[in-house]
Ligand binder design. Sequence first.
Ligand code: ADP
Length: 518
Amino acid sequence: MSAEDFQIEDKIMATFAPSSEVELDSRLGFQAAEFVRTHHRMLIDGNFVPASSGKTFPVYNPATGEVICHVPEADHNDVDKAVVAARRAFDSGPWSRVSPSQRGQLLWKLADLLESHTEEFAELESLDNGKPVSVARIADVPLAVDLFRYMAGWTTKNLGSTIPLSAGQDFLSYTVREPIGVVAQIIPWNFPLLMAAWKLGPALATGCTVVLKLAEQTPLTGLRLAQLIVEAGFPPGVVNVLTGFGEPCGAPLAAHNLVDKVAFTGSTEVGKLIAKAATGNLKKVTLELGGKSPAIIFPDADMDTAIAGAASAIFFNQGQCCCAGSRLFAHEAVFDQVISGVSEIAGKIKIGHGLDPATELGPLVSEEQFEKVSAYLSSGREEGAKIGSGGGRYSDRGYFIQPTVFHDVRPDMKVVAEEIFGPVVVAQKFSSDADLEKLAAQANDTVFGLAASVWTRDISIAHKMARRIKAGTVWVNCHNVFDAALPFGGYKQSGWGREMGAEVLNNYTEVKAVTVKL
Ligand code: ADP
């Protein structure tokens, strides 16, 4: 049988089916298959180990709901071992003696290794998370590679300053930036590899050591990355990678007394728990949380661009982005055109298994998310929202949701007020009477403040809106544009601190002021 004889579904089943007895056949063409079938281990103190309890938990393919493999289920004992290893590596181990330049070389090496495995990582991400492999190949993996390279450059530029004292000439004062220490990092499932990179990059660039807890729904790329971290030559204990659930693994990690800082990305609800857990030893906390970001279309915008952009703002990654453009505001003069345009795009999106090269929209990550988003679809209907497109599940197998456009919505509706984290947009109209102040107030009428996009040809409106919007990111005539050099993070309940850019380095360093009486 040749690989061409397989339909894509058969090919996926033959390679990744739960109890697949099929011998691995290189003609099947999936580079991720070998890793998926290995005996998965966590990385603690330079060794690949099972959970100390011996327990494992299943990993699911969200396109079929089937189990694809099992990974170790870490608990507080494993957390303890990992934190002690990270502590030792930081305090007395090799990491404290590694020069900034060597740290940069290690990060660069990691980036090179990751890049050389792009296809394997894209497939793993697609299989585990559900996202289209075509997207993972051009977004998730290259952005992670780029982040490591960008951070490699910062290792040698972690500068302090000299400060003139008003007390007189007889003093020399300067500041140094020192690594904060042992960092606990807890990440979500929507961009598993990229979130790992966002977290690891700045921690390692500044000289911290890390215990990284992967999301229980999507542990595969993080476990594979752990192998590359060892291959790149990071000393034992510098990066420890755990697989486990929130309560038994994430909570003791966030509360651990030997941890100096916790960096979390996930839901606002869990973010608040993390902040509380950190109070025991007052460890530093950064949080990258939820959003309900507005996309605002003015009547003078280039309509083709704005409509396609608004659709992509919400449907990218199945809407599972904290900065998804989930509240669409369009001027009354163009509202109908926008709704029909976005709905038409939604109706044409090719939905399917992420590993199918033709797929544009995959399943949601898990049954739990599927149930959650389905409940919002029912709630929207019950509260009287009109449906422009979608509104239900797609296929009776896997966790697929149709891209959905709700319009004629009111601010008090649950679908308008709450983060849905699925491919569901709520559209509202604004009139010519609404001045920018009023419109910005509407856009800001949310507990979140992560991102926004403004679509207009008028440079003055664009900047006036950018100034008025209370969010960490404002895009003009674009949405979901990321760069390792651009800081990202939220106002209000979208979080504390920033990821990426030079800004993130401040979150991983302590500043020491040294004053010398000459
Ligand atoms: P989602 O609701 O989108 O699944 P969560 O905020 O629940 O996102 O999860 C994000 C990350 O936080 C995951 O790695 C998860 O295991 C972890 N987590 C969940 N609950 C806790 C907790 N109480 N303490 C620490 N980490 C947690």
